[in-house]
Design a protein around this ligand. Sequence first.
Ligand code: C5P
Ligand code: MG
Length: 159
Amino acid sequence: MTNLRVGHGLDAHRLAPGRVLVVGGVPVPDAPRGAEAHSDGDALLHALADALLSCLALGDIGDAFPPSDERWRDLDSRRILAHVLAQLDALAPGWSLVNVTVVVVLDAPKLGPLRTAIRAALAEQLRLAPERVGLTFKTSEGLAPDHVQASVTALVRLP
Ligand code: C5P
Ligand code: MG
């Protein structure tokens, strides 16, 4: 029988001036504000890494990357995702990703023009075909104008 596991991750960061907004490892040009965070504040990658960990009930990224740890200041969040992928490789050899689906909530700027770039960046790091990376952008309709939020669902196949 196919051994499938679904996982879900959620993350949010406050937007602040003087920070680069990074979404899925891609810097958003001309964004007036970026995510306030100990790391680079890439909510998409944080939610994605947590979704993968949750597929195997492995806790969350705060276990390996506590915000209190000075080593992780301004950390490139692609390193967090790489760490989680290596963790899965070690704990579940032969595992594979079926697909991931991402929702980013951000009032401005528009992310649509970056959809192809963000999907390609995620697909490359996940070693997945871009067709298996769903990417939805939503505004909060003004309900959360000072935040960037991401929700990710992942489906993993175990050997
Ligand atoms: O949230 P809403 O339904 O109003 O989003 C309308 C459109 O704007 C969607 O097609 C979505 O892809 C796009 N969008 C975007 N960048 C955002 C938020 C929404 O491109 N930051
Ligand atoms: Mg985060």
